[in-house]
Design a protein around this ligand. Structure first.
Ligand code: GLN
Length: 196
């Protein structure tokens, strides 16, 4: 089977770390900024960063509608942190004008883990990821407030949902690309292969 071609949405955020992790997981990784580049990938990672800025840039680059269309059509997509927010159907506390791509029937709360605990690392057991918990890096991370019936909860931390999947869309509150543990990127690369 040929190598899956996976893009990383490169409007804003920690793009390079995802490219490295995807390559290590056996994918051909590319940056995606424009609709034509989106056409050339089989799956897409939406990185962490700042979801309000990412939303504005996506609109500016004419990417919002093409992204929505691909996700609706079943393209595998993986959002981490701000990327999770981009995949939410609804944000609890959006900034004015903040739009999302959608794809996962969930409501997320931005910066949910609070100021006193803005950044931390925690071992998180993720359903479907073998070999023990992954080290989750949480940076002003969102959590999932509630999910619809089609959404599978893959992980919780501190009583809050931090990883979910709906069909070909995957999202985690935390950053797995910063740890050198590529199991989640391998999990996503397998999702891209299965979607063929
Ligand atoms: N708090 C950021 C937001 O609302 C997300 C932080 C991150 O991606 N590390 O977009």
């Amino acid at each position: 089977m040929s190598t899956p071609v996976i893009g990383v949405l490169a409007l804003q955020g920690d793009v390079r770390e995802h490219l490295t992790a995807l390559s290590a997981a056996g994918a051909e990784a590319r940056t995606v900024r424009r609709p034509a580049e989106l056409d050339g990938v089989e799956g897409l990672v939406i990185p962490g960063g700042e979801s309000t800025t990412m939303s504005k840039l996506a609109a500016l680059f004419g990417m919002l509608e093409p992204l929505r269309e691909r996700v609706r059509a079943g393209m595998p997509v993986y959002g981490t942190c701000a990327g999770m927010i981009m995949l939410a159907e609804k944000i609890l506390d959006p900034r004015s004008g903040q739009e999302t791509v959608g794809g996962i029937d969930m409501i997320v709360r931005r910066n949910a883990f609070g100021r006193q605990n803005e950044s931390f690392e925690a071992a998180v057991e993720v359903d479907g990821v073998e070999g023990g918990p992954v080290e989750g890096v949480f940076i002003r991370a969102p959590w999932v407030e509630s999910v619809g019936a089609e959404v599978r909860v893959l992980a919780e931390y501190g009583g809050h949902v931090v990883a979910v999947r709906q069909g070909n869309a995957l999202a985690t509150s935390f950053h797995p690309e910063l740890t050198g543990d590529h199991r989640l990127h391998r999990f996503f690369t397998d999702m891209v292969r299965s979607a063929r």
